[in-house]
Design a protein around this ligand. Structure first.
Ligand code: GDP
Ligand code: MG
Length: 220
């Protein structure tokens, strides 16, 4: 019996994800779901993106178990921000499509061209839930080591883009960027991979170009 209820809940969540994807496409809002382990640089990447990318309006839904720290950083940049804290509701380690739908229904999306979801920091649970994004973006910092795509393959399988972050740290680490790329492509040969640094701005332009191109093709 319990299994049946769970299946129904998952089906409802998947249906909601499809509805969100379609609605945001119709509204011309590119929706990107950033997933990574804690500290790999999601917030910093979004902050630099908002600062550097002129002419586009941004909104962010922040997922955290506790605190509004990242949401405060976004709000300080003038970004339309919505915080989902799962702590009071059992401390779930992922976001789900119905919660995103509620957030969207309560947000003012006028003038918004790009929506980021900063998912809850871990490489396991968020990958299991389709939250209706146009692109899942997995962020892996070079400091996390070469083997993480092999250890947490689902996050890499369900994503269309991998950002290899903090490449400015490479000179200080015994890590091969080529090996990280090879391991990502071993799990997902179709994956687009962009190594970048949100600190120095190295190769950041390629990420901005990805956003601009995909936002344009959504509205053309
Ligand atoms: N060296 C370096 N540090 C970074 C970079 N991006 C983020 N950080 C630092 O890494 C830490 C975690 O970043 P944050 O954006 O909060 O990660 P999140 O938990 O994934 O949102 C912070 O201290 C950032 O200043 C980067 O490109 N290079
Ligand atoms: Mg963050």
């Amino acid at each position: 019996m319990e299994v049946k209820v769970m299946k129904k809940l998952l089906e409802a969540s998947e249906k909601k994800a499809e509805e969100i994807r379609k609605e945001l496409k119709e509204r011309g809002i590119l929706y990107l779901n950033l997933m990574s382990s804690p500290g790999s640089g999601k917030t910093t990447i979004i902050e630099r993106t908002v600062r550097e990318m002129k002419g586009l309006g941004f909104a962010v839904i922040e997922g955290d178990i506790q605190t509004t720290l990242d949401a405060q950083k976004m709000a300080a940049l003038g970004v339309k921000t919505y915080q989902i804290n799962t702590g009071p509701f059992g401390g779930e380690c992922h976001l789900e499509a119905p919660w995103i739908a509620t957030a969207l229904s309560e947000m003012d999306l006028s003038g918004v061209d790009v929506l980021f979801v900063e998912n809850i920091g871990n490489l396991v649970c968020p990958a299991e839930f389709d939250i209706g994004a146009h692109f899942n973006v997995v962020v892996l910092s070079v400091a996390e080591g070469e083997d993480k795509p092999l250890k947490y393959p689902l996050a890499f399988r369900v994503s269309q883009l991998a950002l290899i972050s903090k490449v400015d740290l490479l000179p200080y680490l015994d890590v091969s960027l080529e090996k990280i790329k090879e391991n990502i492509r071993g799990v997902n040969p179709q994956m687009k991979v962009i190594p970048l640094s949100a600190k120095t701005g190295e190769n950041f332009a390629e990420w901005l170009e990805f956003i601009r191109e995909n936002r344009n093709s959504l509205v053309s």
